[in-house]
Design a protein around this ligand. Structure first.
Ligand code: AVI
Length: 314
């Protein structure tokens, strides 16, 4: 199945379900990735500066916990622009540690820019990029047998539902050997007002990020969405730590998608669920680690304790 066929199948499934939904993984076409870069620059979107602080100020402490006794690799899933990761890599390059950085990203454009950037800022870095989806790369990595630190940063794990977290971690485990490490970024529960503002910004950048899903369906699948007939709504539930985001149909309407040759009916105020952004407590993180066969080495938090990069081992 081509990527376009998979997209069409998922959209059809999501828009014909009783609770309509579109997976947040479809946010990230070139335009959506650009909007996400803008989100990361918003003053309200605290996760980016918090993780930057952790990797800049605590990079040495993280490195000290790694007990590799031969050359190793640092494999980053969903590497993006790599600016935060560079803070950690810089420390290793300065210490002349023998390692290779293996960024993996689905976007060849992102990988090209990242590689050029890393070469410019860290000329001594050995880098061996991979383009593709994580899962097809995992088998290759598992077979290499090179000691590894896996990075899954940015709080991306928060976009996975509980059962998906378990299968993601099972996949990570499959490409790890005893003594390997996994460093995962988790956004932590905090004052609910702080979380709410990060996902409901006054300039409407997060709204544009969500509306782009509809533009994307129009562009790639021949959809007939009138995007001004949809609004955006996000809600943080501080009891379970879940931000849930939705598109809201402002009028009763029918939308046709040429590629699936189907019509979808929307009631007034009907929702399309687009994203889960789960905020964790430290004890939930420990439970998730233990339930999936990992041992927590340490949580590295920013000074406000808004975010943690948690280091686990097998
Ligand atoms: C990529 N991910 C961790 C972001 C988040 O915070 O859930 C995506 C995002 N959605 C809205 N703002 C940012």
């Amino acid at each position: 199945m081509t990527d376009l066929q998979t997209f069409a199948r998922d959209i059809h499934k999501g828009l014909s379900a009783p609770q309509k939904h579109i997976s947040s993984k479809y946010f990230y076409d070139d335009i959506g990735s650009g909007i996400f870069q803008d989100i990361m620059k918003m003053p309200e979107y605290y996760p980016t500066p918090c993780e930057f602080e952790i990797l800049s100020l605590q990079g040495e402490n993280i490195i000290q916990k790694l007990a590799f006794n031969k050359p190793f690799q640092i494999v980053e899933f969903g590497a993006g622009d790599g600016i935060k990761t560079r803070q950690l890599l810089k420390k290793l390059v300065e210490r002349q540690v023998d390692f290779t950085y293996v960024p993996i990203d689905i976007s060849s454009k992102a990988i090209e820019e990242l590689t050029a950037n890393m070469h410019a800022h860290l000329p001594g870095l050995k880098i061996s990029p991979m383009i593709g989806n994580y899962f097809s790369m995992m088998e290759e990595l598992a077979a290499s047998g090179v000691p590894s630190l896996l990075l899954f940063l940015g709080g991306n794990i928060g976009n996975y539902e509980a059962h998906e977290v378990n299968s993601l971690l099972a996949d990570f485990r499959k490409c790890m050997n005893p003594g390997d490490y996994l460093l995962t970024g988790f956004d932590l529960q905090k004052n609910p007002a702080t979380v709410r503002c990060a996902y409901d910004d006054p300039k409407g950048i997060t709204k544009a990020f969500n509306i782009n899903l509809l533009h994307r369906i129009n562009r790639e699948l021949g959809g007939s969405f009138k995007t001004n007939q949809f609004d955006f709504y996000s809600h943080y539930n501080p009891v379970n730590g879940e931000v849930r985001s939705y598109l809201v149909s402002l009028v009763p309407q029918k939308v046709h998608v040429r590629h699936t040759d189907k019509c979808y009916d929307f009631d007034r105020n009907e929702l399309i669920w687009t994203e889960l952004s789960k905020k964790y407590t430290l004890s939930e993180i420990e439970e998730v680690a233990a339930a999936n066969g990992f041992r927590v080495v340490e949580h590295f938090q920013d000074c406000k304790a808004y975010f943690t990069d948690s280091l686990w081992t097998l």
